[in-house]
Design a protein around this ligand. Structure first.
Ligand SMILES: NC(=O)c1ccc[n+]([C@@H]2O[C@H](COP(=O)([O-])OP(=O)(O)OC[C@H]3O[C@@H](n4cnc5c(N)ncnc54)[C@H](O)[C@@H]3O)[C@@H](O)[C@H]2O)c1
Length: 418
């Protein structure tokens, strides 16, 4: 069975979703409001670093995957409409749903013909959002939800840097559904993905995503808290201690162990905003989660913890070389990256001799943060030669031996990597 699908939002999640359905022989219309992104895609290039996606784009562009600027027309023909737009942090910490509502505004008027369609919220939204906010919004617009249109959600668990592989070899697919018809269509859609499929209530679907992200955030903050305790006690080999922890057979060599490892805090587009959004959602329902509060508090304290280490080995006349700008290795995403927080602190302190080098993210970082005080380097050697003090912020493999190559240079290893 081949479906027609419209995907709104062609970022990490939307583009990967769209191309994975194309790969499974469905016909996908892709739409994004970012013209620059669309032009880049139309020329056959993925606007961010994701292994496998460029090849997939070139396999399917103008065949099973078509970029469109006419959302209504695409939705008219489609069986599924996937919402993959951003859900950033709002003013009071809640998930800001404006992009979801804006996206709905673009196509709702064509939903009331005789064709049955499923609107699927793939963006990460806090439990209760599909039923309490998105469904009422559609109903208010006059959409006959439950008749011509079903609403579902389908949280995405992929990791940046592994988007394509995680999508095609997902360990589970979760769909929050509100009726049997949409459940059966979603089961069909995902049949060829050959993995566990769970149809659960709308709230459960959304909740599973937050369960996953807040668990990861909690593990990271636990590890960071332990690294602080180890530091104040002193004479503790933090990296070795955590590696020894991971040897416990009960970990079963799980990749998960890498999250129980200290660093300078989690960043990126998901863990900070999702932890905050779930905290805010629970708070709005009358529950003040001390655990999530402290997970965020510890995370927010980590850049300062590292900054103090830099201060201890440098003075304002020293040039500081920041190694790594993306929020994690293997990705060029610089959103909420620890490097930006540490650099802001250096600048506020009065440092204006800051160098930076990232194997793939110099340009993105400059575009996102526009720090005038940074001089970007284009090779590891040149930054290491020029800077008086090095600060390793992202654990790129390329940095592995940097302490051996420059044994006399002070290096603050924010990732316990060396
Ligand atoms: N990045 C991840 O690792 C990841 C993983 C799982 C879930 N998520 C969630 O998926 C959602 C999307 O995340 P992302 O990382 O792909 O974001 P992104 O910023 O890379 O992409 C979002 C895209 O939506 C577009 N957009 C905004 N309004 C639009 C509209 N009205 N119509 C069409 N396009 C519109 C933007 O231009 C942008 O290209 C978020 O809710 C996020 O929390 C992200």
């Amino acid at each position: 069975m081949s479906y027609k699908i419209t995907v709104l939002g062609l970022g990490f999640v939307g583009l990967t979703t769209a191309l994975s359905f194309s790969e499974k022989n469905h016909k996908v219309f892709g739409f994004d409001i970012d013209q620059e992104k669309v032009e880049c895609l139309q020329s056959g290039k993925v606007p961010f670093l994701e292994p496998g996606l460029d090849e997939a784009l070139n396999r399917h562009l103008n065949n099973n995957f078509v970029l469109t600027d006419n959302v209504s027309n695409a939705v008219k023909q489609s069986d599924f409409i996937f919402l993959c737009v951003g859900t950033p942090t709002g003013k009071s910490g809640e998930a800001d749903l404006k992009y979801i509502f804006n996206a709905i505004d673009m196509f709702y008027s064509v939903l009331n013909d005789d064709k049955y369609r499923v609107v699927v919220v793939k963006s990460t939204v806090p439990p209760g959002t599909t039923s309490e906010k998105i469904t009422p919004y559609l109903i208010k617009l006059g959409v006959k939800v439950g008749e011509a249109v079903s609403i579902a959600n389908n949280p995405e668990f992929l990791r940046e840097g592994h988007c394509w592989d995680d999508m095609l070899n997902a360990d589970r697919i979760v769909c929050g559904v509100s009726d049997m018809k949409s459940e059966s269509m979603l089961r069909n859609l995902y049949k060829n993905f050959n993995t566990l499929f769970f149809a659960v209530s709308l709230n459960t679907g959304e909740y599973t995503k937050y369960l996953s992200n807040t668990f990861l955030a909690t593990m990271i903050s636990y590890a960071n808290e332990m690294s602080k305790i180890a530091t104040v006690i002193g004479d503790i080999q933090i990296k070795d201690a955590f590696n020894i922890l991971h040897l416990d057979r009960r970990w079963g060599n799980a990749d998960m162990a890498s999250y129980v490892f200290p660093g300078c805090g989690f960043g990126g587009y998901c863990l900070p905003k999702d932890t905050q959004a779930l905290y805010s959602k629970a708070f709005s329902k009358g529950y003040d989660s001390r655990l999530l509060h402290n997970v965020m508090k510890i995370n927010n304290s980590m850049p300062l913890f590292m900054f103090n280490k830099i201060k201890a080995v440098s003075n304002l006349t020293d040039s500081i070389g920041i190694l790594g700008l993306s929020f994690k290795p293997g990705s060029d995403d610089v959103r909420d990256s620890s490097a930006a927080k540490i650099i802001s602190m250096l600048i506020n302190e009065g440092h204006n001799n800051i160098f930076a080098y990232d194997p793939v993210s110099n340009k993105n970082f400059d575009k996102e943060y526009k720090f005038k005080q940074i001089k970007y380097h284009h090779t590891l050697n040149s930054i290491c030669e020029e800077a008086n003090v090095l600060v390793l912020v992202t654990a790129w493999d390329e940095f592995r031996e940097v302490n051996k190559k420059y044994p006399n240079k002070p290096i603050i290893d924010c990732r316990y990597f060396l």
